[in-house]
Write a protein that binds this ligand. Structure first.
Ligand code: PMV
Length: 323
């Protein structure tokens, strides 16, 4: 057994959150400036299945068998063992280091799953395809988010811009121009499971309104994809603004999110919207290299807990350096 290291990025949803749960398409982008790193190293002189885990971000410092059955890290390891038909793990140290803010719409849970699945499988001498990693991570997402669309584990496992539709193979979006985003955090946690179930309640009560909203979003997603591929960022920005309006009508925005969206636009962003489940979490703004720092400063001055630039390169996966 040798050391194994795996890195997984964060993600944002450019278009189509929530509607994607109801079978509509959505677009997600990997965010390489934030990531989870998982290192697994062998330990000699300790019995098999003596697996020690540390993660300062989630306050983890224990042996696997000391963790409760509901612990998310323990659950990932259990799912992986079942999937790979493994009964024992050689003694090892697992270190999880993450720079992805928790419960903020950046897919931190899916990123931990993807990085841990890959690192542990490599440690065991097993190579998994991206698609297998994504499927296993989706099983974990199901435990935590109830009825997740699968968009988070897919974009994070494949590390490239995707058009995602439930139950279909995803499509890679071929950017013709690098996308410059400003990503800002409200500092308010967003509980995906809760927000998704609130939307479901309203959909059950007012199906017509929500189905119409989801259809409008689906149209916007398809248009957005073609503008992204043509490099028409002015149009992409306009569609982001439109998507934010639909999310407001869905009841998943908040005062802070709306303020940050307005601030970004006033500071020169081509468009801005909340990203992820909403009610908290993050706002993304499409910027140019020139307007980027102005937008960051304005958003921080307004109420953003943090704001940073993320560049999604044309080439996508391969030559991008993860955080
Ligand atoms: O994990 P979040 O907060 O980025 O939300 C994921 C996007 C939703 O569409 C709201 C849920 C889902 O399962 O797709």
């Amino acid at each position: 057994m040798t050391n194994s290291l795996s890195v997984a990025p964060g993600k944002v949803i450019l278009f189509g959150e929530h509607a994607v749960v109801y079978g509509r398409p959505a677009i997600a982008l990997p965010i390489n400036e934030i990531c989870v790193r998982v290192g697994v190293s062998p330990v000699i002189n300790r019995p098999v299945d003596s697996v020690h885990l540390t993660s300062s971000q989630i306050g983890l410092n224990s042996y696997l068998d000391e963790l409760s059955a509901h612990d998310p890290v323990k659950q990932i390891v259990q799912i992986l063992k079942t999937e790979l038909s493994i009964s024992h793990i050689p003694a090892c140290e697992i270190k999880i280091v993450s720079t992805i803010p928790l419960s903020s719409g950046f897919g931190s849970g899916a990123a931990v799953s993807v990085a841990l699945i890959r690192a542990l499988a490599n440690f065991l001498g097993i190579t998994l395809s991206d698609s297998r990693v994504s499927d296993i991570a989706h099983k974990m997402e199901r435990i935590h988010h109830g009825n997740p669309s699968g968009i988070d584990n897919t974009v994070i496992a494949f590390e490239k811009p995707i058009l995602f539709e439930k139950g279909k193979p995803f499509e890679t979006i071929l950017l013709s121009k690098a996308v410059h985003l400003v990503v800002a955090g409200t500092g308010t946690r967003s509980d995906t499971k809760v927000v998704v179930s609130e939307v479901r309640e309203r959909w059950l009560q007012n199906g017509l309104k929500y189905e119409k909203l989801f259809d409008e979003i689906a149209n916007l997603v398809r248009l957005g994809r073609s503008h992204l591929e043509r490099g028409n960022h002015d149009e992409v920005g306009i569609l982001m603004n439109k998507n934010h309006e639909f999310l407001q009508q869905m009841g998943v925005s908040s005062d802070k999110l709306d303020r940050l969206v307005m601030t970004a636009r006033d500071a020169g962003a081509l468009g801005a919207k909340l990203s992820g489940a909403g009610k908290g979490g993050n706002v993304i703004a499409l910027v140019t290299p020139k307007s980027s720092s102005r937008v960051i400063t304005a958003m921080k001055k307004e109420c953003a807990q943090f704001a940073f630039q993320s560049i999604i390169q044309v080439s996508g996966r391969g030559d991008d350096v993860l955080c």
